[in-house]
Design a protein around this ligand. Structure first.
Ligand SMILES: Cc1cc2nc3c(=O)[nH]c(=O)nc-3n(C[C@H](O)[C@H](O)[C@H](O)COP(=O)(O)OP(=O)(O)OC[C@H]3O[C@@H](n4cnc5c(N)ncnc54)[C@H](O)[C@@H]3O)c2cc1C
Length: 502
């Protein structure tokens, strides 16, 4: 990668090696990985703060998580831990226990930091099929071990170098459990272990899969679904003060590594240049050898005024995924509430889909995060999935009414399952897919990327996405997909590809 000329004075045209569009975690990770390699990089973000769907915003003096609240990637060797240490970032990750508490009415399950305690909890339940449970978790662990190992060594992810191929061949025996379940649903694996009728496990699975692979157990591609069951046990924690502090620390690290970051700099067009690209943004024109767009495929088509086969396919898949309905609460603190940050998965009726307010993910800030709200107060971010396709078919009035109904259902679920938190609400803000569209520029307000539905096609989408020479797509709709960790890993692999392409 060549080093471009230094950033020019205001008003002049800038020339860089790479221009990254969007300071969500995909763009932040790409810009940092590029700057670390010595590339001259400019990151343009339309908002005045970084993080996108995983940001912390301020409203009425309180700091709320916009969307994402529970982050992975903090174990030794994982990207965020590596960056925090390498750049001495001022970020504190609190290890919380339990990681999450699942409340479905029939059961309250505190999921601790150790997977063995989760298995023990299932085995101790009345009429638990203990042998089948242990066999299922043995298989699940083998699949998860094989896939999470790749998350620690991004160099083993596509595109594959000769060295990576040799490493994969040496690991073939470890991959055998994956081959056994590839192209199957998680539910079919449950059925093979005669566990389909064991409701507590099905409910746990549907809850965790909905927030990780973005679909239920009967629809989730087994290797991804079984691996993501370990989400709580592999480098996951709570970022004190809100994930925005990690996003801001990454901005500082990019700048200290020689990169430039421009907030409130919305990009309006990407055009082909003789020897690269022209990026037109609110604050000027930038010439770049590479453009890394951390936006949804449909948004990239708008910026480029071009439709690619890949973006058309991806846009369709994203539009058959999800939007989010949100409640942001200010809670009056009480000694009866846990002092540490706490995450709840609440289900009103476990026999219905875990969407539309029937399933609500609630994240309560910790007592000592005094910067989050006024004295004696805490904040809570509450989210539920809404069907993007259903929204798309509605008029804007119908959409508004639908989201209001969903938000009422969220309140109802919280009253029924977490009255200890909800009844102490002092203030409420709301958000809808429209809010996400307005703030993060995601067309339709679609979030969560492409759901990992059963099928082999998705394995072909793990590769970095280069649409034309030097024009790359990152973010949660491509590569490894959704979650802050997955977008970081996709960005790292994309930057590796850029470095190889010169
Ligand atoms: C409600 C909810 C809960 C979630 N919970 C979790 C969780 O607990 N843990 C987890 O790991 N993940 C979670 N996720 C998923 C996670 O937040 C996303 O997968 C991830 O943050 C997406 O990052 P991204 O960089 O792909 O996109 P985004 O976060 O959307 O970032 C895109 C950025 O680009 C900017 N932008 C857009 N257009 C332009 C333009 N033209 N010019 C300049 N800038 C532009 C936007 O302002 C934005 O900052 C959750 C998501 C939601 C919605």
């Amino acid at each position: 990668m060549n080093r471009g000329s230094a950033p020019s004075a205001a008003g002049e045209e800038l020339r860089v090696d790479a221009c990254v569009i969007g300071a969500g975690f995909g763009g932040l990770s790409a810009a940092l990985a590029l700057a670390e390699r010595g590339a001259k990089v400019l990151l343009c973000e339309s908002l005045k703060y970084p993080g996108g769907c995983a940001s912390t915003f301020v409203r009425g003096g309180c700091r709320f998580e916009a969307g994402a609240t529970l982050f992975s990637g903090f174990d030794e060797g994982q990207p965020f831990r590596t960056w925090i240490d390498r750049h001495a970032m001022d970020v504190t990750v609190d290890p919380i226990d339990p990681m999450v508490e699942l409340r479905t009415g029939a059961m309250t399950l505190a999921v601790g930091r150790e997977r063995s305690s989760l298995i023990d909890a299932f085995c101790a339940m009345p009429d638990a099929p203990v042998d089948a449970l242990r066999r299922f978790f043995t298989e699940q662990r083998a699949v998860a071990d094989a896939l999470w190992a790749l998350f620690r060594e991004p160099a083993l992810l596509p595109p594959l170098s000769a060295r990576a191929l040799v490493a994969h061949i040496a690991r073939l025996p470890a991959y055998a459990p994956i081959l056994r379940v590839i192209g199957r649903s998680v539910r079919s694996v449950l059925a093979r272990h005669e566990l389909e009728g064991f409701e507590p496990l099905r409910q746990f699975l549907d809850a965790v899969l909905q927030i990780t692979v973005q679909t239920a157990s009967d629809d989730a591609e087994a290797p991804f679904g079984l691996s993501s069951m370990d989400y709580y046990f592999r480098g996951t924690g709570h970022v004190r003060g809100g994930i925005g502090s990690l996003a801001s620390a990454m901005v500082t690290a990019i700048e200290r590594s020689g990169g430039s970051v421009r907030m409130t700099d919305r990009v309006s067009a990407i055009e082909r240049d003789r020897d690269g690209w022209i990026v037109r943004s609110r604050r000027g024109t930038t010439r770049a050898t590479h453009v890394i767009a951390n936006v949804l495929p449909e948004a990239l088509e708008g910026l480029r005024r071009e439709r690619y086969r890949e973006t058309a396919e991806l846009a369709e898949l994203v539009a058959n995924g999800w939007g989010a309905a949100m409640l942001y609460l200010v809670i009056e603190d009480d000694p009866s509430l846990p002092s540490q940050a706490k995450h709840y998965e609440l289900v009103h009726d476990p026999s219905r889909p875990f969407t539309d307010g029937n399933h609500v993910f609630v994240s309560l800030s910790s007592r000592d995060e005094t910067e989050r709200a006024g004295p004696g107060q805490r904040t809570a971010t509450c989210s539920t999935h809404v069907y993007a396709a259903r929204l798309r078919a509605m008029t804007s009035d119908q959409q508004r009414a639908y989201i209001e109904r969903v938000q009422d259902a969220m309140r109802c679920t919280m009253r029924a399952r977490a009255s200890d938190v909800y009844e102490r609400t002092k203030r409420e803000e709301t958000a809808s897919p429209r809010t996400f569209e307005r703030f993060t520029g995601r067309p339709g307000g679609y979030v969560g990327g492409v759901p990992r539905r059963v099928g082999l096609a998705q394995y072909g989408r793990l590769w970095p996405t280069e649409l034309e020479r030097g024009l790359w797509l990152v973010g949660d709709s491509v590569g490894l997909g959704q979650s802050t960790l997955a977008t970081a890993l996709t960005a790292i692999r994309t930057v590796d590809s850029i470095a190889k392409s010169g």
